[in-house]
Design a protein around this ligand. Structure first.
Ligand code: GLY
Length: 322
């Protein structure tokens, strides 16, 4: 029988040892999730979470995060937050001390400042270099004039954006520019009292349109947790939003489906939608059974629980588009 468990996607192996320690000492699932994710947000080499997350089209890092507690269905989220390193902690405060679920942009930043969070630059030379490499190095397969205009967007966004949008369909070039670099961290924890929590943090899709918000801060889409199971998504957020993916996965587990089977159905729904995009679903039930399922080969997640000392890397089940 499992007393506690914690699992996570992406570079969560950096954060899970701390989360595990908290759970082993009898701490809460919420604390384990938040503290694990803070370590991932701190990692300057993770290009899509927290510090040095990939910036938007203008070279500015905008972060999304959320946290949800299973037993109360309380949730907190922030969207498009600039200049704060730990959006997961701001999200937790939104949940705990405001009457709201989500704060976005300037409002979230003002809230963070008011409760004592440190405003700071959250991109260094490495992050700027990564950004420039994409802006300068990626062929969008457009006429040279359009390519040059797009690369100059960050210098005079209003002027160039209108011109580019008038001449070339935004769906085409924007997708090519921002599509293939994204990543999100998901952490799901079960504590010794049998309570669960889920947290999600991301800088979203690289080169995203300023103000673009994905699934990560949206309960039901990129995150969901109740007293039966938790679920979270990574990948192309627009798909998870349209399918209410995280909620649907948990709903089926409530109806006695296994986490693995429920996440598989989620990915089959993604495939049926027939859009370009990658999704990975991470889920865990109250017995500590976790599963990762995806429509991209080679993805994985990490899991550890009270029955082992180790943090195990598990291959996620890949469902291929037929
Ligand atoms: N899944 C992260 C995002 O789309 O922003």
């Amino acid at each position: 029988m499992i007393d506690y468990a914690i699992c996570g996607t992406r570079n969560s192996n950096i954060g899970l040892p701390k989360g595990r320690e908290i759970l082993a000492e009898g701490g809460t699932a919420l604390d384990a999730v938040e503290e694990s994710i803070k370590l991932i947000e701190n990692n300057p080499y993770d290009i899509s979470v927290g510090f040095n997350g990939f910036p938007n089209l203008l070279g500015i890092v905008e972060l999304d995060a959320s946290i949800m507690e299973g037993k109360t269905l309380k949730a907190g989220a922030v969207a498009a937050v600039k200049n704060y390193r730990h959006p997961i902690s701001i999200a937790r405060n939104v949940m705990e001390i405001t009457p709201h679920v989500m704060l976005a942009g300037e409002g979230a930043e003002k809230f963070a400042k008011a409760i004592g969070f440190q405003e700071e630059e959250i991109i260094d030379e490495l992050g700027i270099k990564n950004y420039k490499n994409v802006m300068e190095g990626k062929s969008l397969e457009l006429p040279l004039e359009a390519e040059n205009l797009i690369r100059e967007l960050f210098m005079n966004f209003d002027k160039h954006l209108k011109e580019v949008m008038n001449k070339y369909p935004i769906k085409e070039w924007y997708k090519k520019l921002s599509f293939d670099k994204h990543g999100t961290t998901n952490v799901i924890a079960l504590d010794k009292d049998g309570n669960m929590a889920v947290g999600v943090s991301t800088s979203g899709i690289a080169m995203k349109f300023p103000g673009r918000v994905g699934d990560s801060p949206i309960p039901g889409a990129g995150i969901y947790c109740n007293n039966v199971a938790g679920s979270a998504c990574t990948g192309t957020g627009e798909i998870a939003i349209r399918l209410s993916l995280a909620r649907m996965v948990v709903h089926r587990i409530e109806n006695n489906m296994t986490p693995e089977h429920s996440a598989e159905i989620g990915i089959l729904d993604v495939i049926k939608l027939n859009e370009d995009g990658v999704i990975h679903i991470l889920t865990m039930d109250k017995q500590g059974n976790s599963a990762g399922v995806t429509n991209k080969d080679g993805l994985f997640y990490y899991h550890t629980d009270s029955t082992t000392e180790k943090i195990t890397k598990r291959s996620s089940t890949y469902i291929e588009k037929k």
